[in-house]
Ligand binder design. Structure first.
Ligand SMILES: O=P(O)(O)O[C@@H]1C[C@H](O)[C@@H](CO)O1
Ligand SMILES: Nc1nc2[nH]cnc2c(=O)[nH]1
Length: 298
């Protein structure tokens, strides 16, 4: 029963013990003790192929893990080293629209924290709202708009578990400033600056893509890109004191015009991922090579 004295077994306590059990199970089934965690977005699973001495564990074999149900998300953890840094890579993430609870889709962040991960790198596919953005642009996320959060849908809803973090975590520094600067520096060295952007990502529940009116509204609110993931993971990772860096690949331009014949679809999202995969992988791996692994950013 919970230490709060109520005599009941609370969800947060179950969650901590589930996360701990999963972390212990993973640590006993891999040689790698990761300090860097990477989440691969739709069509961006190739990042995991870059790891050396790879060890793959299917989600279906991991205690308490959900399963990937979306095309373009393989559904496995890949352990290994990237440029000498011990990493765990989620080749496939979980989304609210798959029907899992918001706590369940973010459970891997807490598991990674308990395994020793200090830095999280998230990637996603997103629609470009900013009129200057083109398909194939890579956007460093500098901030987010958490639409489900406006309606009280948060992975931190419920009793706070102080073992993970504080009741009211700050989010004005969610996307690490140093890591964003590192991304700019690396992109300049690799001559990627012409397709690099930095902007605000807005998360919606999905799975339907946005209407024209919704795109116009989100643009007016200050969002540069719109998607269906990442923010919940960042909230849980920041709550637990991990550094976060996130990238959106702009896979399609949000339709803002009633005369447009364009229609967002998942196939074009995956195709845009294929087109930019190699550069995205190079950008992330070069960043990881230069990561300082002492996290003073809790
Ligand atoms: O996991 P991400 O955010 O990359 O996936 C995006 C959002 C939807 O799941 C899907 C739409 O094509 O791609
Ligand atoms: N919500 C949303 N998610 C996406 N993922 C890739 N493109 C899009 C998009 O246009 N909208």
């Amino acid at each position: 029963v919970c230490e709060c004295g109520s005599g009941r077994l609370h969800q947060h306590q179950t969650q901590h013990s589930h996360c701990q059990a999963t972390a212990d199970w993973l640590l006993s089934n891999t040689q790698v003790q990761p300090t860097v965690g990477i989440v691969c977005g739709s069509g961006l699973g190739g990042l995991a192929e870059m790891l050396k001495d790879r060890q793959v564990i299917k989600y279906s074999d991991i205690p308490n893990f959900p399963q990937s149900t979306v095309h373009g998300h393989a559904g496995q953890l890949v352990f290994g080293t990237l440029k000498g840094k011990p990493c765990v890579c989620m080749q496939g993430r979980f989304h609210l629209y798959e029907g899992y609870s918001i706590q369940k889709i973010t459970l891997p962040m807490r598991v990674f924290k308990l395994m020793g991960v200090e830095t999280m790198i998230m990637t996603n596919a997103a629609g470009g709202l900013n009129q200057d953005y083109k398909v194939g642009d890579v956007m460093i996320i500098k901030d987010h708009i958490n639409m489900p959060g406006f309606a009280g849908v948060s992975p931190l809803t419920g009793p706070n578990d102080d073992r993970f973090g504080v009741r009211f975590p700050c989010m004005s520094d969610a996307y690490d400033r140093e890591l964003r600067q590192l991304a700019h520096d690396v992109a300049a060295e690799l001559s990627y600056s012409d397709f690099l952007q930095e902007g605000v990502y807005c998360v919606l529940g999905g799975p339907s893509f946005e209407t024209i009116a919704e795109c116009r509204l989100l643009h007016k609110l200050g969002a540069d890109a719109v998607g269906m993931s990442t923010v919940h993971e960042v909230i849980v990772a920041r709550h637990a004191g991990m550094r976060c860096f996130a990238l959106s690949l702009i896979t399609n331009r949000a339709v803002m015009d009633y005369d447009s014949q364009e229609k967002a679809n998942h196939e074009e999202v995956l195709e845009a991922g294929r087109q930019r995969a190699e550069q995205l992988e190079k950008l992330v791996s070069t960043m990881v090579a230069r990561l300082e692994l002492n996290n003073n950013n809790n």
